[in-house]
Write a protein that binds this ligand. Structure first.
Ligand code: FES
Length: 314
């Protein structure tokens, strides 16, 4: 499991309909590991669930982490548990922080696109760009105005365009128009519900590699459990046959190999492992297409092997 800290839940605040912010600090006070925009933490819940949530602020917040969480009835239950059971004062195991969605400050212009509670990392990025005086445009879309967290703050900014589906006759943000109207060389970032991410991926498919940034919090592909290959650990020299029905991580854990992992579905990056040789079968949501092709690393919780043998730097 990934390294964790025991932090105290020090505040819960209303942010929008069904959305609260949750603030965590060290029980003894003091600085937390530093974070950059786009970073997330893992919240390990007392009921055994573990969920990732993006931090919503970093500027001058070295002693606390704040996440925005929507009570999502359509989700797998983590957000409902958090809203219904976590209480201020409680100690909660927090993993990370990790950043699979870093902000490229050297871009000539940045376009931020947020859908619903996907605003949490995007707001953090907007804060950083404002603090640095860097040019950006932000689009913030929600189904209704009442569900839009941080609306007062964001709607005051000239860079921000808000869009509410119910005030636009049910129309969604026009992703193609957003991409087409952005200055040349812009970097794009999108966080939101799955249909929005799909529209964003389609609208940005012709951009140069590296200009398009995206973060998923649920798996897009099934884990590779076809088996039929051998994993060799370069440092220890141990070898493991991966049988059908198991992931590499499952086999290594069962053998007592000490591994860092968290989400076990290819979305958090905790299990990223250096590949020495062989051809991984990538199934994660983290590596870019060019990173997949380079195959310098892989997520062993969900990815498998296309070659009969895969040597890992473990
Ligand atoms: Fe999260 Fe593998 S454990 S990506």
């Amino acid at each position: 499991m990934s390294d964790t800290m025991n932090l105290r839940l020090t505040a819960i605040a209303y942010a929008a309909q069904d959305t609260h912010t949750f603030e965590f600090r060290r029980p003894e006070g003091g600085a937390l590991p530093p974070v950059e925009p786009g970073a997330h933490i893992d919240i390990h819940l007392p009921n055994g669930m573990m969920r990732q949530y993006s931090l919503t602020t970093t500027e001058g917040e070295g002693d606390r982490y704040i996440v925005g969480i929507k009570r999502d009835r359509g989700s797998r239950g983590g957000s409902i548990y958090i809203h219904d059971h976590l209480k201020v004062g409680q100690i909660v195991k927090i993993g990370g922080p990790r950043n699979n969605f870093p902000l490229e400050l050297a871009a000539p212009h940045t376009v931020l696109i947020a859908g619903g509670i996907g605003v949490t990392p995007i707001r953090c990025m907007a804060q950083r760009l404002i603090a640095k005086g860097l040019p950006f445009t932000m689009y913030y879309s929600c189904r209704t105005r009442s569900e839009a967290a941080f609306l007062d703050e964001l709607s005051k900014r000239p860079e921000v365009t808000v869009h509410f589906d119910d005030e636009a006759n049910g129309k969604f943000l026009d992703m193609k128009a957003i991409v087409a109207s952005a200055p040349t060389g812009s970097h794009f970032y999108c966080c939101g519900p799955t249909p929005m991410l799909a529209a964003y991926e389609a609208a940005t498919k012709d951009l140069a590699p590296g200009q398009m940034h995206i973060e998923y919090f649920t798996a897009k592909e099934a884990a590779a459990t076809e088996g039929g290959y051998v994993i060799q650990l370069q440092k220890s020299g141990r070898e493991f046959a991966i049988p059908e029905g198991k992931t590499i991580l499952q086999v290594l854990r069962e053998a007592g190999v000490d591994m860092t992992y968290s989400c076990e579905e290819g979305v958090c990056g905790a299990c990223e492992t250096v590949v020495v040789s062989g051809t991984p079968d990538h199934r994660d949501n983290i590596l870019t297409e060019s990173e997949r092709q380079a195959s310098k690393t892989m997520m062993i919780c969900c990815s498998g092997s296309k070659s009969a043998r895969l040597v890992l730097d473990l």
